[in-house]
Ligand binder design. Sequence first.
Ligand SMILES: Cc1ncc(COP(=O)(O)O)c(C=O)c1O
Length: 385
Amino acid sequence: MSQKKNIPMLRLHYTDDEMRFIKDGVEEILRSGYLTMASKVRDFEGRFAKWCGVKYALGTNSGTSSLEIPLRAVGVEGKTVICPSNTYMATPIAAVHAGAKVAFTDTRVEDLQMCPDSLKLLLDTIPDVAAVMVVHIGGIISPNYWTIKKMCDDRKIPIVEDAAHAHGATIDGKMAGTLGLAGSFSFYPTKVMNTAEGGMVTTDSEEIYKLGVILREHGKADHAHNVHTEFGYNWRFSEFHALLGIQQMLKADQILSERRQIAAWYDELLKGVPGVKLLKIPSNTKSAYYKYICYLDEKIERSVVKKRMAEDYGVFLTGEVYSDPCHLQPVFARNPKTLVQVKENNYDRTSYVCRHHICPPLYPNLTREEVGYVVESMRRVLGTL
Ligand SMILES: Cc1ncc(COP(=O)(O)O)c(C=O)c1O
């Protein structure tokens, strides 16, 4: 094996031309005198809406706020919102801030997505479900999405998609963010596309869009007058963040094809490595590969593998999606009224998923040689355990 390398969890890559585009854009913004909520934001929103194929895209300061907007529009206050236990806490937190209680589904081991049988149990048991949040964990859209949608449609319950991981992911050719009543994206730096901080609501609903415009500016009915019709927030999006977003949109397809290429290298090189089991991405879906996910054999301690790969080989595995299920988060124990529990619903599969998967580094500009090095270091560490 070649010399010890340093392969970090994340390496942001901008070409010289891209750097110039951003520097010129910053200068343009500063000279324009409009630092927030102006032409760059509108430009980014327009490009994102067109790219996803929705009527409206609304830029916000974070993925979390872009989740709360559709939930507030649906009117979840005092009712129950269902989401998977295997998600980032921002998903249920948005529901709680919108005034809801949350109930969590179990997780499929095969693809880390929501279990339809667990969802059915919750839908059949809880009388006041106002929305279901489907989260495309790791960039994968559930192969059961249409089953989940039918269950919700039959009960007239809207789906809000948490597509924080899934820019450009598809199922049967349809893009993440267009599948439910509304979608929500995050542009945190680790995400498939990044604006440093930021979020986006996508929807065909004029009502949701209009409420979003009001909520993101302290509930003002219109920007020019101090007449407040909602208790809103400052969820505005700055011109600088939007500029970074425009730069990402210009190379959106390239970002996705690079991520998919790197995943294909991992698939090829990890196949047959003892102790590793690969995920099979369902054939009617295309992952955005926010993460490359695989499982370690049950007897292998993930923390030991991560530590040894970092210390001995300079390879830093990324954070899991996720290691700690939401239903066990201490904040729910302290606020039990926010959690709706159904006795027959268990989280055995979620526990398995959270405990046994790993995510080797994946970001544009990671080379095949580096992927080979990551895999070889993993093979060697696993060989000594
Ligand atoms: C699944 C999921 N939902 C929502 C969010 C919230 O996004 P943000 O951090 O931009 O608020 C994240 C962010 O990590 C996420 O992973």
